[in-house]
Write a protein that binds this ligand. Structure first.
Ligand code: 59J
Length: 576
């Protein structure tokens, strides 16, 4: 008994009890961790290894009105590195640099600088084949990621309208920006497992499928776009001009069929981009429209009922003093008087001003506002300008006069085409659209049909009269229009430059049932002449001619011989 007491002294019992307690606590903790708290721990583990990576959404196809592609998304491979992981395989860096076509020393430096990081782009936007070739080298720490990249098949020809996306596929300019939400779609989500160094271990599951963006059909007709591009570019070269814009409008639907500018740029290669070449000048650049405004002042005059096209106005001696200010005609008229039609043919500023004094500035202002000058077009194009039509108050005579022949207001080329479209469409202004229109809009009457038809006739005379702008004529069709040559306003001082002009032409056709309106604006021609009737009218003629043919519009001005030949062709099956 004594011995027993010696073998288990009370201190030993305490130690035993403590040990038992500790074993119990550990056992409890094991049960706690493995059974009771399992969900929490798994979550914590996953948070350290499960990652969600985005699945890029396919961006919608942009096409012209007939489905010709204008912006296409193609799959590309982006290669990235985990620099921390790569430090172990330094021997393979030169090999990688060579495969990427990069400078070995530079890549080395980048990988060293980012040595503590776990993500670094190596190269973006390779073709899938190019990407695979690098991946096949099996260099640890090199990974790939699938993306889409935009390609623009029409290149510089449609660049200003289509715009472009940035490297992350977000719309940055033009319709790519204006319709970004529509085109972009929604990226999906994929769950993957990565180890603690960021290495991808396993593709677990697709959490959310990517939702592809929607397709967008523009109003443009790519064939007209090419034609307009070529003719504008050639005119700029021929006359040594700085810049230019051209707009072709369907006057019945309001659709923009072509819109081109010079200078332009290649959206597929934007490395050396000049901001001046990127502007869609037809909508972002304002100018004084000069004589191309006279048809609207004439509409206002006819609308009052006080004037008809044959009424005469004294224009002799070709200048008119208004206080300290003198209105001048550039081309002196033969006789003392001109009819209203004659005022348009001779482009008499004096004649137009006298009509303006009679009807008053408010009347002219009203028509100009209604046909859209100084008004939002509603196109919502990025960077588009509204221009300025001065608000009417009791104007002095000089202000009324200059507005009547196109100075003291600023407009865009697209507004000019739109306003001519209203005259062409018998006085109905149809909202413009840069996307294809499937239901013809109603439009609003802004000039009475009678007055619109009368002005159409006057503008046909401007082109077809003996001393008219014959360079605007279109073989096989009757067309109408008006030229303008405006001195450019000085940039720093008040007044106008001596030797800088803007050459314009705006018109429509064919006269039997007008379908198309065109505005041509050419900035600072520097050689071989500068009058709108010389520089811009031939561009109008060639684009109108091509457009009417491409759109299968029946000729309304075939010479009698051609009619006979056409009949003969029918009877002998086309053989001669
Ligand atoms: C003009 C103007 C400047 C602004 C004048 C053109 C005015 C004016 C102050 C002198 C060349 C020129 C507000 S010309 O467009 O009348 O298109 O084929 O720039 O008159 O008062 O050496 N157009 N152009 N005027 N300003 N201010 C004619 C005319 C027009 C033509 C030719 C010859 C001007 C027939 C212009 C054309 O109709």
């Amino acid at each position: 008994m004594k011995l027993q007491g010696a073998l288990y002294p009370w201190r030993f019992r305490i130690v035993l009890a403590l040990l038992a307690l500790m074993v119990g606590a550990i056992a409890w903790r094991i049960v706690d961790l493995q059974v009771l708290d399992q969900g929490f721990l798994k979550g914590q583990g996953d948070a350290r290894s499960v990652r969600h990576i985005p699945i890029p959404a396919h961006r919608g196809l942009m096409t012209d009105r007939h489905g010709e592609p204008l912006a296409v998304s193609t799959p590309v491979t982006t290669l990235w590195a985990n620099p921390r992981e790569m430090q172990a395989a330094q021997a393979r860096w030169p090999e990688l640099a060579e495969a990427l076509g990069q400078n070995s020393a530079e890549l080395h430096q980048r990988l060293k600088e980012q040595a503590e990081r776990e993500f670094m782009y190596l190269v973006r936007g390779l073709t899938p084949e190019q990407g695979q070739r690098v991946l096949d080298l099996d260099i640890p720490g090199v990974y790939s990621q699938e993306e889409f990249r935009r390609f623009y098949p029409a290149g510089e020809v449609a660049a200003h309208v289509v715009g472009f996306t940035d490297i992350d596929d977000h719309g940055r300019e033009g319709m790519e920006l204006a319709y970004n939400e529509w085109l972009a779609g929604v990226p999906g989500k994929r769950q993957v497992l990565k180890d603690r160094r960021g290495r991808l271990i396993k593709d677990v599951q697709v959490v959310k499928n990517a939702k592809a963006g929607k397709a967008l059909a523009l109003s443009l007709d790519l064939r007209l776009q090419y034609l307009a591009h070529r003719e504008l570019r050639n005119a700029l070269l021929e006359f040594g001009a700085k810049a230019g814009s051209l707009v072709v409008l369907d006057v019945k639907t309001g659709e923009v069929l072509a819109m081109v500018n010079q200078p332009t740029y290649n959206p597929n290669n934007r490395r050396s981009l000049q901001p001046a070449a990127m502007r869609n000048r037809a909508m972002t650049d304002l100018f004084e429209p000069g004589s191309t405004m006279k048809p609207f002042s004439m509409s206002a005059a006819l609308e009052t009922g006080r004037w008809k096209p044959s009424d005469l106005v004294e224009v002799w001696p070709g200048s008119l003093r208004i206080g300290r200010y003198t209105i001048r005609d550039v081309s002196r008229t033969q006789g003392r008087e001109l009819s209203l039609t004659g005022i348009l043919i001779n482009s008499s500023n004096v004649g137009m001003s006298k009509v303006a004094f009679d009807i008053g500035g408010a009347t002219i202002h009203d028509v100009m506002r209604k046909v859209g000058f100084g008004q939002d077009t509603g196109l919502g194009f990025p960077g588009e300008r509204v221009g300025n039509l001065p608000t009417y108050r009791e104007w002095r005579q000089a202000e009324t006069a200059t507005l009547s022949y196109g100075y003291g207001l600023s407009v865009t080329a697209v507004q000019l085409a739109h306003a001519y479209g209203a005259l062409a469409n018998d006085g109905r202004l149809v909202p413009m659209s840069l996307t294809r229109v499937d239901h013809k809009p109603e439009g609003v009457s802004v000039v009475s049909p009678e007055v619109a038809k009368a002005v159409q006739g006057m503008l046909q005379e401007v082109i077809e009269a003996p001393r008219g702008v014959f360079r605007a004529q279109v073989p096989g069709y009757h067309v109408a229009g008006k030229s303008g040559t405006a001195r450019k306003a000085s940039v720093n001082s008040r007044g106008y430059q001596e030797n800088a002009y803007r050459s314009m032409f705006a018109g429509f056709g064919p006269m039997r049932d007008p379908r198309i309106a065109i505005a041509v604006v050419i900035d600072e021609p520097s050689k071989s002449g500068y009058y709108g009737g010389l520089v811009s009218a031939p561009v109008f003629s060639r684009v109108m001619s091509g457009a009417l043919r491409l759109m299968n519009v029946a000729p309304d001005n075939l010479p009698p011989e051609d009619v006979k030949t056409a009949d003969a062709d029918k009877t002998n099956g086309g053989r001669i």
